[in-house]
Design a protein around this ligand. Structure first.
Ligand code: UDP
Ligand code: MG
Length: 315
């Protein structure tokens, strides 16, 4: 059997509500596309019927592969698990299950791939989310842009078409706390953004809890920036300088006026403030240490419970 030119990788976590429509849209896309496509559906430890649906589909249609993870590992890891399974010779299309990212954009993205781009990423022109969430996202991406080592495009998520060689390189990066959009930027090559309107989720709720979202943001910040540590250093220097300044001020006052009344409240305030700065600093250092700790363990990124390829169950 010939290898597919394009792989589509989709992580799914409790997506039974969107499944039917997703597969319909994908099947239409596969039928109309001029290259051979394989779809890799990764179940990220769903507690609803998603895994069963994926399994059933992969057993009857060889264009779909089923990867069932042993538990919920989170979106970035599920995506990484899918990327490790691809056999595409040309490009890999990464989309969400909830159809917020229209699969039909593959046509347009693929054209750019043919023009020589290794990464075609989607830029969200419009988000159909709450005002607060939108503001939080916008702020995060703008801060990230200011502080990261590499330029990570604004308002671009994981929705993208990447070349097979790019996917291979991503698979060779063993880092444990994964921020794929950052890793993708770090890899370089020719990259281009395409604007699109991000639709609403067709059904169900966001599977990104606030906790997961914060985790993703932290992975972005601590893996792609040394700003927090630099901040501590500068804050420390500033603190020392200002305390020295204060010392000279008090000494001068004493020399000129003789007596200096000492304020107890001022002392307490300074004490608490610096206690806080110290704790914050320790916490920030802890973030990096934590990442070193996880990285040196070299655990596998994920564990697969079952894999179905070409309608056959593999271990
Ligand atoms: N997802 C996943 N594991 C998780 C959370 C989410 O595989 O722990 C999948 C989810 O099924 C969807 C994609 O990641 O296909 C993006 O999640 P979601 O749409 O909930 O995020 P949002 O669009 O709200 O940022
Ligand atoms: Mg979504």
């Amino acid at each position: 059997m010939s290898k597919p030119e394009v792989s589509i990788v989709i992580p799914l976590y409790n997506e039974e509500d969107v499944f039917t429509e997703l597969i319909e849209r994908l099947t239409k896309l596969i039928d109309s596309f001029h290259k051979k496509i394989e779809v890799i559906l990764v179940d990220d430890g769903s507690t609803d019927s998603t895994a069963l649906l994926i399994r059933e589909l992969a057993l009857k249609d060889e264009r779909f592969q089923s990867i069932i993870l042993s538990r919920n590992f989170g979106h970035q890891i599920a995506l990484s698990a899918g990327l490790r399974q691809i056999s595409a010779t040309e490009a890999v299309f990464i989309i969400d299950a909830d159809l917020q990212d229209p699969p039909e954009l593959l046509q347009q993205f693929y054209k750019l791939y043919e023009e020589g781009y290794d990464v075609v990423y989607a830029i969200r022109k419009n988000r159909k989310e709450g005002v607060l969430k939108k503001l939080a996202y916008a702020t995060f991406y703008r801060i990230m842009d200011k502080i990261s080592f590499v330029h990570i495009p604004l308002d671009a998520g994981d929705f993208s078409l990447i070349s097979a060689r790019m996917a291979k390189l991503l698979n060779e990066m063993p880092e444990e706390s994964r921020y794929l959009r950052g890793m993708r930027s770090w890899l370089g090559f020719k990259q281009i953004g395409v604007e699109y309107d991000r639709a609403k989720r067709i059904s169900g709720e966001s599977k990104y809890s606030l906790k997961k979202l914060l985790q993703l943001a932290f992975n972005g910040i601590f893996n792609f920036s040394e700003f927090p540590i630099k901040l501590i250093t500068n804050l420390g220097l500033l603190t020392i300088l200002s305390s020295l300044g204060y010392l000279f001020y008090v000494l001068a006052k004493k020399l000129i006026y003789g007596n200096v009344p000492e304020g107890f409240t001022g002392l307490l305030f300074v004490l608490v403030l610096f206690g806080g700065i110290q704790m914050l600093s320790l916490g920030l250092i802890g973030e990096y240490v934590l990442r070193i700790f996880f990285q040196i363990k070299q655990r596998p990124l994920f564990v697969i419970r079952e894999k179905i390829k070409n309608k056959k169950v593999e271990e």
